[in-house]
Write a protein of this length. Structure first.
Length: 290
């Protein structure tokens, strides 16, 4: 009789699992949390691995996101002025290493179009092409509202074969931009290329008191730049310091104040912080030197 109880217990557990599987096919899940529970259960039972679970979770997250949730903020947009000469343009392209740039007239609220870097190669490689008119190279800019659903935007990116959209607010002002890579990173995690690797410890000034800082910047390098005194024994990187201060994995847009600086999460995924926006209340050495 003692052998019967374990079999009975396993049979009950198996029945419970089968009943759960059956319920998936006999009744539609009531909400996203039901699907997330099913995915989590599948990982526990080794039906899928952790990476696959992360991508499935990312797909479900994207279905609830709007353009405002993943856009590159206006302050971090790298743009080119419509009146720039080729000599003025090339340093900007070299510094930012993007394949596409919004072209502006006077300010970022006036987007004239999108420049593909490959379209200017003929001017840099052919010395006989002396005529330079940036307007002749522009592609149309796709404008979307902040409330645009991200899953619908991804479908448009694929169907219409464009890779960048300008995000505007309810008054028509430019809020930021979204690329197809930004959406894919929500699903598969950070997509790094050779330029990301070169700049992973970079600190770049975006405005007089605003900096773009990689979360992987070493604490000692951050302290030297911002004259702070974060303890290197608490974490190796500034991202680790900020994560510890939050006490949880913060979402994009969350902010916290530490040692007189405001840290805002500008890019993250389900596993780590990627990029921070740091706002200073006073001048720093890096500002004075520049």
């Amino acid at each position: 009789m003692s052998d019967d109880n374990p079999h009975s217990s396993r049979g009950s557990a198996g029945k419970s699992w089968l009943e759960r599987i059956a319920s998936i096919f006999t009744a539609e899940p009531q909400d996203i949390s039901d699907l997330q529970d099913i995915i989590a259960e599948a990982e526990v039972r080794n039906l899928i691995d952790n990476d696959t679970k992360g991508m499935l979770d990312g797909v479900l997250d994207v279905s609830n996101m709007r353009a405002r949730d993943i856009m590159i903020p206006r302050s971090q947009m790298a743009t080119v002025d419509i009146d720039h000469s080729i000599e003025q343009l090339l340093p900007i392209l070299n510094e930012n290493n993007h394949s596409r740039y919004p072209i502006v007239n006077e300010d970022k609220d006036h987007i004239e179009g999108i420049l593909l870097v490959k379209d200017i190669l003929q001017y840099t490689l052919d010395p006989n092409k002396s005529d330079w008119n940036l307007r002749d190279l522009l592609r149309p800019a796709v404008i979307i509202p902040e409330s645009k659903r991200v899953d619908a935007l991804l479908k448009e990116f694929r169907q219409k074969r464009y890779h960048m959209a300008i995000v505007v607010d309810e008054y028509g002002g430019v809020s930021g931009l979204v690329t197809i890579e930004d959406i894919l990173e929500q699903i598969v995690g950070e997509i790094e290329d050779e330029h990301d690797l070169e700049e992973e410890h970079d600190i770049k000034r975006m405005a007089s008191h605003v900096f773009k800082v990689s979360a992987l910047t070493p604490v000692d390098e951050f302290n030297d730049t911002f004259e702070t005194s974060f303890d290197e024994e608490d974490a190796d990187t500034i991202g680790g310091i900020v994560l510890h201060a939050f006490g949880h994995m913060p979402e994009k847009g969350e902010s916290i104040e530490l040692q007189g600086l405001t840290f805002k999460v500008s890019k993250s995924n389900s596993r780590r912080l990627v990029q921070l926006q740091v706002t200073c209340a006073r001048e720093t050495n890096s500002e004075e030197e520049s």
